[in-house]
Design a protein around this ligand. Structure first.
Ligand code: ADP
Length: 419
C-alpha cells in the first residue's frame, strides 16, 4: 500500500475515533463504521451483527441503508455461518472464495438477492467477551482480502464494540438510578408512615404511664420509670425519623432568631454532664468570651449539637474526654466536638452522615442507636446554610460545623436567607 494511501487510512480511522465521543447516537456512529469499513477495505458491503441472547443467534445491528428492511428481521445462526464461526471462536476470518467454504450462510444472499464472493470478519470484543461481529463482503476488482484489511476491520470493530459498551453502560446507569430513586421513595414513605402511625400510641403510653407514676407513689415506681424511660427513648427515635423525613421532603422550616452559639454549647454541655460523669468521661467546653451570634432556629441547632455530643460520649471509653469548642472563623461560627474515643475507620467516614448508616452492623453492635443522629445533624446544619464534616485518624473523632455569623453592625440580619 502506498504511503499516501496509508496516511489517508490513518486519518480516516482517527476521524472515526473522534466520532466515539462526538457522534449524536449509536446508530449514527455504527453507520460511520459500516461506511468506513466498506471504503477502507475496498468492499461492496459491510455489516455489524450483535448477539441476541434470547434467540441464541446473531442479528443485524448496522448495515448499508438499502439492505436495512431485509436484514433487520433476519437472524444468523451460530452454526453454519461465517459470522457465527467468528463469534464462537472469537477469532478473525478471511474467506477468499465463499463457494469453496461451508461456513457461509446462504440464506442472507438469497433474501437480499446478492452474491457473496469473499469476506473478512472480526469479533467485537468487550472486556474479553465477544458481543458481535463486524464483516465486510466482496473485495472489489476480484482482489484478495489482506492482513491490512483485517487490521482496519479490527480497529473499526474495537471502536464499534466500545460504542456499544458505552450505550449499554449508560442504559444500566439509567436503570440503576431509577431503581435507586424508587428505593429512596419507598424508604421515605416507610419512614413517613411509620413515624406518623407510632406517634399517637406512644403519646398515649407516655401520658398514661406518667399519670400512673404520680398516682402510684413508691409502689411500682421502678417499673413505671422503666416504661416512661423506654417510651421516651422510642419517642425520640420517632421524632428523629420525622425530622429526617421533613428535612428530606423539604417541608422543614427554619424559624430564625438571633441566638448565641456559645449559650447553645453551654446548655447542651450541661444537659450531658450527668451522662458523661456516669460514663466517667470528662466533658469540657472551650467557648472564649464571645457570644458568637448566629441567626438560627435554636431548637434545631441544639438537636444537631446534642447528636454530636451524645455520640462523642457514647463512643469514648471510661477515662476519656470530650471537648466542645466554639470560635469565629471568617464570617462563620465554628463548632468542634472532639473526643479521644474509638475513632471512625477511614472507609466509613464518607458514609456516616447517610441515613441509617452505622459503622457496626446491627448484628454485631455493642452500641445503641439507629444511624440517624448524624443525618439529622447534617440536614439541620445545611438547612441553616452551614456545613458539617468529620475527621478521624486512628483514635478519636472530630466533628466540625460552620454556621454563618450574623453580620457585624447589623447583628439581627442573617447572612443567609431563611424561610
Ligand atoms: P447512631 O444514632 O446509631 O449513633 P449516628 O448517625 O449518630 O447514628 O452515627 C452513625 C455512626 O457513626 C455511628 O453508628 C458510629 O458508628 C459512628 N460515629 C458517630 N460519631 C462517632 C464518634 N464520635 N466516634 C466514633 N464513631 C462515631
Amino acid at each position: 500500500m502506498a504511503t499516501n494511501e496509508r496516511i489517508d487510512h490513518l486519518e480516516r480511522l482517527l476521524e472515526v475515533v473522534r466520532g466515539l465521543t462526538t457522534a449524536p447516537d449509536l446508530p449514527t456512529f455504527l453507520q460511520t463504521i459500516i461506511s468506513e469499513a466498506t471504503e477502507l477495505t475496498n468492499s461492496e458491503l459491510a455489516s455489524i451483527l450483535e448477539y441476541d441472547e434470547d434467540a441464541s443467534e446473531l442479528r443485524f445491528l448496522a448495515m448499508q441503508w438499502f439492505e436495512r428492511d431485509l436484514l433487520r428481521p433476519m437472524g444468523v445462526p451460530l452454526e453454519g455461518s461465517a459470522a457465527g464461526w467468528v463469534f464462537r471462536k472469537g477469532q478473525p476470518l478471511i474467506i477468499q472464495d465463499v463457494h469453496a467454504d461451508q461456513r457461509h450462510f446462504k440464506v442472507v444472499d438469497r433474501m437480499t438477492n446478492h452474491l457473496t464472493q469473499s469476506l473478512v470478519a472480526v469479533p467485537l470484543m468487550v472486556r474479553g467477551h465477544v458481543v458481535g461481529v463486524l464483516e465486510a463482503l466482496n473485495k472489489k476488482d476480484d482482489a484478495h482480502y489482506t492482513e491490512e484489511d483485517l487490521t482496519i476491520l479490527e480497529t473499526l470493530g474495537a471502536l464499534a464494540a466500545q460504542a456499544m459498551e458505552n450505550v449499554d453502560l449508560a442504559r444500566k446507569v439509567r436503570v440503576s438510578k431509577i431503581e435507586l430513586a424508587e428505593l429512596e421513595r419507598l424508604k421515605s414513605d416507610f419512614i413517613a408512615i411509620s413515624s406518623h402511625e407510632l406517634r399517637t400510641p406512644l403519646g398515649l403510653i407516655l401520658g398514661h404511664a406518667t399519670f400512673l407514676r404520680e398516682l402510684a407513689g413508691n409502689q411500682f415506681s421502678d417499673q413505671l420509670d422503666t416504661i416512661i424511660r423506654n417510651a421516651t427513648r422510642l419517642k425520640e427515635i420517632v421524632e428523629s425519623l420525622s425530622d429526617v423525613d421533613n428535612l428530606q421532603n423539604g417541608s422543614a422550616r427554619v424559624r430564625g432568631n438571633k441566638v448565641s452559639m456559645t449559650k447553645i454549647v453551654e446548655d447542651v454541655a450541661s444537659s450531658f454532664r450527668a451522662e458523661a460523669e456516669h460514663r466517667n468521661v470528662i466533658l469540657r467546653t472551650e467557648c472564649g468570651d464571645q457570644p458568637n451570634y448566629i441567626h438560627a432556629d435554636q431548637g434545631k441547632i441544639t438537636i444537631a449539637l446534642s447528636n454530636l455530643v451524645k455520640n462523642a460520649i457514647q463512643f469514648t471509653e471510661s477515662g476519656g474526654h470530650v471537648t466542645i469548642q466554639v470560635s469565629e472563623d471568617t464570617g462563620y461560627v465554628k463548632v468542634i466536638v472532639l473526643d479521644n474515643g474509638i475513632g471512625i475507620p477511614a472507609r466509613d467516614l464518607p458514609h456516616i452522615f447517610e441515613r441509617f448508616y452505622q459503622v457496626e452492623t446491627h448484628l454485631t453492635r455493642r452500641y445503641g442507636g439507629m444511624g440517624l443522629g448524624l443525618s439529622v445533624a447534617k440536614a439541620m446544619i445545611e438547612l441553616h446554610g452551614g456545613r458539617i464534616w468529620a475527621e478521624s485518624f486512628g483514635r478519636g473523632s472530630t466533628f466540625t460545623f460552620l454556621l454563618p455569623m450574623t453580620q457585624r453592625g447589623n447583628p439581627d440580619a442573617p447572612t443567609t436567607p431563611f424561610v
